[in-house]
Design a binder for this molecule. Structure first.
Ligand code: ZN
Length: 313
């Protein structure tokens, strides 16, 4: 297999994972788990979102979280922004990386951002200008890139139009999101290969939700296509407003476990990642979709006595 030697993981649990939680999580708990994630060796952490507090109440304290987080050497902290106000908030609390997002389909953009794509990207222009004058790097994410719950598969030509617009703005890091878990490995390989070849100047990140259990195979397919950066969420937290009960992003510990088993380096201490996933699960107070939290590591099994020594069956 054509696998990268090293994969970069961005922990999106503090944003994507906590975002749909109904009970507001204490700011100190958010800052604490972000510090632990950084200490486990995760190189990139999405700490929250500078969006309207009424739209996403759980993210209302992102400014305070940003100020509380101990900036761990070597870790890069970023936050999602939706407009100029978001960039202003990022500047005010000392963030140096923001992520702009729009959807690949008009219906999802209208549903998620209450405006057509044209208005979203028009807003990006002033965000980018403001970010640039303050030395803030801006990356972008395209939601529902592998399928929209309202419009189905997104034509490749449409995706390319969005990407050309973003690269035209000078954006050099783009995340393609499988927001509702509609991608399959063959499709992901095809789109990822095309994008890597067509836009070699872009650093690609894939953001795969595990809604239908295809996140790991999709990530594997993307690695084969030459992508080596992936978002993941501790304990597999997150969800989808269009599919109640649907899984969140791929669990960080599940992804790190698979990569390490395959000999792919992440720089992350898996045991610490598992501890962080347990903590995240305790913070939200409900069951999650993490396979490793349920089954443990393969390495742990090998150290134990065979099942047959104690019980048959
Ligand atoms: Zn997501």
């Amino acid at each position: 297999m054509n696998l990268p030697k090293t994969v970069t993981i961005c922990e999106v649990g503090p944003r994507d994972g906590f975002q749909p939680e109904k009970s507001i999580i204490a700011t100190t708990a958010k800052a604490d788990i972000i510090n632990r994630v950084a200490a486990s060796g995760v190189p990139v952490i999405e700490i929250g979102a500078f969006v309207h507090p009424k739209a996403v109440p759980q993210m209302a304290d992102t400014d305070e979280v940003a100020r509380k987080v101990a900036k761990y050497p070597g870790a890069q902290y970023r936050a999602l922004v939706s407009n100029r106000k978001g960039v202003e908030r990022a500047i005010a609390c000392g963030m140096n990386w923001v992520k702009l997002t729009h959807s690949a389909s008009e219906s999802h953009n209208l549903s998620n951002f209450n405006q057509p794509i044209a208005s979203s990207v028009k807003g990006f222009e002033e965000c980018l200008e403001l970010a640039k004058t303050h030395g803030i790097t801006a990356s972008a994410a395209i939601s529902v890139a592998f399928g929209c719950p309202f419009e189905g598969k997104i034509p490749l030509a449409n995706l390319e139009v969005h990407i050309r617009r973003l690269t035209g703005y000078g954006i050099r890091e783009i995340s393609l999101s499988d927001t509702t878990g509609m991608g399959n490995p063959v499709q992901v390989y095809s789109i990822a290969s095309h994008m890597v070849q067509t836009f070699p100047e872009v650093k690609w990140i894939l953001h795969m939700h595990d809604t239908r259990g295809m996140a790991l195979p999709n990530i594997l397919a993307a690695m084969e296509a030459g992508i080596s950066s992936f978002d993941a969420s501790f304990a597999g937290l997150g969800g989808c407003p269009y599919a109640p009960g649907a899984s969140g992003n791929i669990a960080t510990e599940d992804l790190v476990h698979m990569l390490h088993e395959m000999g792919v380096n992440t720089g992350i201490d898996l045991d610490l990642a598992i501890e962080n996933a347990r903590l995240a699960k305790a913070i939200v107070g409900h069951e999650t979709d993490s396979r490793i939290l349920k089954a443990g590591k393969i390495a742990d099994l090998i150290l134990k006595k065979p099942c047959g020594q104690t019980k048959i069956g």
